[in-house]
Design a protein around this ligand. Structure first.
Ligand code: HEC
Ligand code: HEC
Length: 323
């Protein structure tokens, strides 16, 4: 009996040491990963973009009137971009005053901070470069990697980003202090092992130039590819689907949305529109989270946007779903 008990306590002691050791390692390793600093290019863009000569001529405005119209148009475009395309509100809250990305004790609390102009805002003294770094590179103003999935926004043009900033600045200020991200033991382990990839690492280059303007909004593959930039974070660079990197453990894998037999072969434009806006597949089954989170955004996409997306999805190489 005594021997058995002794053996048991030795095993328990060893186990505790191992668990403690793994935790200590994950704590140190994740801390090291999160405190690295990244270099990124300095860029500049106007906020708002001035009217093009053509736009100014069409509206026959000059001087202060042209500046006023430019700001109005930038805010309108920015509003559409955040409501239909770049789902910032998903994590920063409907009023942009703060929201939740992940709040699950073992992983951690990753909250979307306040990005309005109110008290507690992180963006009051942001320069265009700061906006570029966080949104398109996943790098915080102090150079450390952010937990925001910025790879989804890599293809955003300068004018789109400028439009979003013009829109954010026009919103009612929200006073709200949002705590910095904090990781639980599981979160630290996932960071330390690379299972929870950081955008600053995923994004290949932090100094290649961005498009100044997005492709012209029309039903073609080029504009469709631009729109599909936000699908790749979940569906993969080649859109063949699979487990979502860094996703919530309860999420189903992303499906194949290439023209492959595993994917959208046999689908029509109407099937895509219905899946995106109503969350229903051609066979009548319902789509699950997180795809359904896209619904409110897809419902606000224009017909041109939806058709361009379809044109692009039909044009990509058919690829089998990864194991
Ligand atoms: C999937 C969730 C998610 C989405 C979508 C998202 N963000 Fe974030 N964002 C976060 C999180 C989490 C942080 C905090 C990052 C950190 O401190 O590591 C953050 C931080 C920020 C910051 C502040 C960084 C600082 O200085 O502390 C800005 C600005 C920002 N996001 C802008 C945007 C914009 C603009 C969009 C839409 C184009 C967007 N975010 C979409 C999750 C998200
Ligand atoms: C946040 C992650 C996420 C994003 C972003 C996302 N998807 Fe999905 N999508 C999924 C998941 C997960 C599924 C599988 C859902 C299921 O099996 O019920 C899915 C399923 C689909 C399906 C159904 C495929 C089938 O065979 O049933 C289509 C179509 C689709 N997505 C298109 C898109 C497009 C187009 C975009 C970009 C505009 C996009 N998705 C963005 C996660 C995402």
């Amino acid at each position: 009996m005594k021997v058995a008990l002794k053996a048991f306590s030795v095993v328990l002691g060893v186990l505790l040491l191992v668990v403690g050791g793994v935790y200590a390692w994950a704590h140190v390793a994740s801390g090291r990963i999160l405190s690295r600093t990244f270099e990124a290019h300095e860029i500049d863009f106007p906020i708002p973009f001035p009217l093009t000569e053509e736009e100014a001529a069409q509206a026959s405005v000059t001087g202060a009137d042209a500046a006023r119209l430019a700001l109005e148009r930038a805010r309108e475009r920015g509003s559409h971009l955040v409501e239909a395309r770049y789902a910032c509100t998903e994590c920063h809250g409907a009023n942009f005053g703060g929201g939740v990305m992940i709040d699950a004790a073992p992983i951690g609390r990753l909250l979307g901070p306040n990005i309005t102009t109110g008290r507690g805002s992180r963006t009051l003294d942001y320069s265009p470069s700061d906006w570029d770094r966080i949104v398109r590179h996943g790098i915080l103003p102090d150079g450390t990697p952010a937990t925001m999935p910025s790879e989804d926004f890599q293809l955003m043009s300068d004018r789109e980003l400028s439009d979003i900033v013009a829109y954010l600045r026009s919103l009612p200020p929200v006073d709200n202090e949002v705590p910095e991200p904090s990781f639980g033991p599981m979160g630290k382990f996932l960071i330390a092992t690379g299972e929870l990839p950081l955008s600053a690492d995923v994004i290949g280059s932090h100094d290649s130039t961005h498009r100044r303007m997005a492709p012209v909004a029309r039903v073609d593959v080029e504009f469709g590819q631009h729109l599909a930039g936000i699908c790749t974070g979940c569906h993969g660079q080649n859109l063949a689907g699979g487990t979502i990197p860094g996703g919530d453990p309860s999420w189903v894998p992303a499906r194949n949305i290439t023209p492959h037999a595993d994917g959208l072969a046999g689908w029509t434009y109407e099937d895509l529109r219905r899946a995106m806006t109503e969350g229903v597949r051609p066979d009548g089954t319902d789509l699950k989270v997180p795809m359904t989170l896209m619904q409110p955004y897809a419902q606000r996409m224009t017909d041109i946007e939806m058709q361009a997306l379809w044109a692009y999805l039909q044009s990509v190489p058919a690829a089998a779903t990864p194991e």
